[in-house]
Design a protein around this ligand. Structure first.
Ligand code: NDP
Length: 241
C-alpha cells in the first residue's frame, strides 16, 4: 500500500518539486500552502495533487489541517516534509520585531506545530519520516539574515532531539540544508547579488528544486532507515562542514 506524505509549502518552488517527486514515486501526497490561491490552483491543475491552505505558524490551524488531510487521504501522515519558509531580510540593528517573529514562527515554530500534529499517528504506526528544510545559512550564517539563520539553525537542534526521541518507534528525523536553489525566493535578489552568489558555488550554478526533492525522497525511503538526526547539505560545494 502506498504511503502518505504531507509537504508544507508544497505548491511552489522546492516544495512543489518535492510534492511532484513523491507523487511520481507512488506516494499519496497532500500539499499545504499559505495564501497564494492562484499558484495552488495552477499546481493542482498541473499535478492533480490536493492543496490545502493553512498557516504553518499557527498551532491550531496545523492540527486542523492535518486532521482534514488524514481524513481525505484515508490514513495517518507517514511522511512529513517541513518545507514552508519565508525570509524577511534586514540588518540586525534595523530589524523590526515583526520581521524577527514572522521568520521564527514560520520557519521554526512550524516544525513543532506540524510534527506535534503527526507524531501520534506515526508512533502508533511505528513508522515515520520527518524531513525539515533548513538552509546553508544555518550552517554558515548570512548578513541580513539573523532571523532566518537562527530559525534554520533551530531546525537542526530540533531534528537531533526529536530523532533521539523517536528512534525506537521506527521514525527518522532529518534535515536538508539546501544551498542556493533556483526558485522565486532566490530570484527575488538583485541580478548583481545573484552573480556574486553563483561565483561562490564551485559547481557553478544554482541548484534545481528537483535536486532537493530527490534528497527528500531518499531520506523518506526504506533504504534510509538507519539515517536519523542528520543534516544533508545539498549546495554545490558552496559550504562544507
Ligand atoms: P517559495 O517562496 O518559492 O515557496 C514557499 C512555499 O511555502 C509556498 O508554497 C508558500 O505558500 C509556503 N508558505 C510560506 N509561508 C507559509 C505559511 N505561513 N504557511 C503555509 N505555507 C507557507 O520558497 P522556496 O521553494 O524557495 O523555499 C522552500 C524552503 O526551502 C523554505 O523553507 C526555504 O527557507 C528553504 N530554502 C530555500 C532555498 C532557496 O535557495 N530557494 C535555500 C535554502 C533553503 P504560498 O504559495 O501560499 O505563498
Amino acid at each position: 500500500m502506498s504511503r502518505t506524505a504531507l509537504i508544507t509549502g508544497g505548491t511552489r518552488g522546492i516544495g512543489a518539486a518535492i510534492s511532484i517527486a513523491f507523487k511520481e514515486a507512488g506516494y499519496k501526497v497532500a500539499a499545504n500552502y499559505s495564501s497564494n490561491h492562484e499558484a495552488a490552483k495552477q499546481f493542482h491543475k498541473k499535478t492533480g495533487i490536493a492543496a490545502y491552505s493553512w498557516d504553518v505558524a499557527d498551532f491550531k490551524e496545523c492540527a486542523a489541517g492535518v486532521a482534514e488531510v488524514e481524513k481525505d487521504l484515508g490514513g495517518h501522515i507517514e511522511i512529513l516534509v517541513n518545507n514552508a519558509g519565508i525570509t524577511r531580510d534586514g540588518m540586525m540593528h534595523k530589524m523590526e520585531l515583526e520581521a524577527w517573529e514572522a521568520v521564527i514562527r514560520t520557519n521554526l515554530d512550524s516544525c513543532f506545530n506540524m510534527s506535534r500534529a503527526v507524531l501520534g499517528g506515526m508512533r502508533n504506526g511505528r513508522f515515520g519520516r520527518i524531513i525539515s528544510i533548513s538552509s546553508i545559512n544555518a550552517l554558515a550564517g548570512q548578513i541580513g539574515q539573523t532571523n532566518y539563520s537562527a530559525a534554520k539553525a533551530g531546525i537542526l537542534g530540533f531534528t537531533k532531539a526529536l530523532a533521539r526521541e523517536c528512534a525506537a518507534k521506527g521514525i527518522t528525523v532529518n534535515a536538508i540544508a539546501p544551498g542556493y536553489i533556483d526558485t522565486e525566493m532566490v530570484r527575488a535578489v538583485s541580478e548583481k547579488r545573484l552573480k556574486e552568489i553563483i561565483a561562490q558555488i564551485p559547481v557553478g550554478r544554482l541548484g534545481r528544486p528537483e535536486e532537493i526533492a530527490h534528497s527528500a525522497l531518499f531520506l523518506a525511503s526504506a533504504d534510509a532507515a538507519f539515517i536519523t538526526g542528520e543534516t544533508l547539505s545539498v549546495n554545490g560545494g558552496q559550504h562544507m562542514e
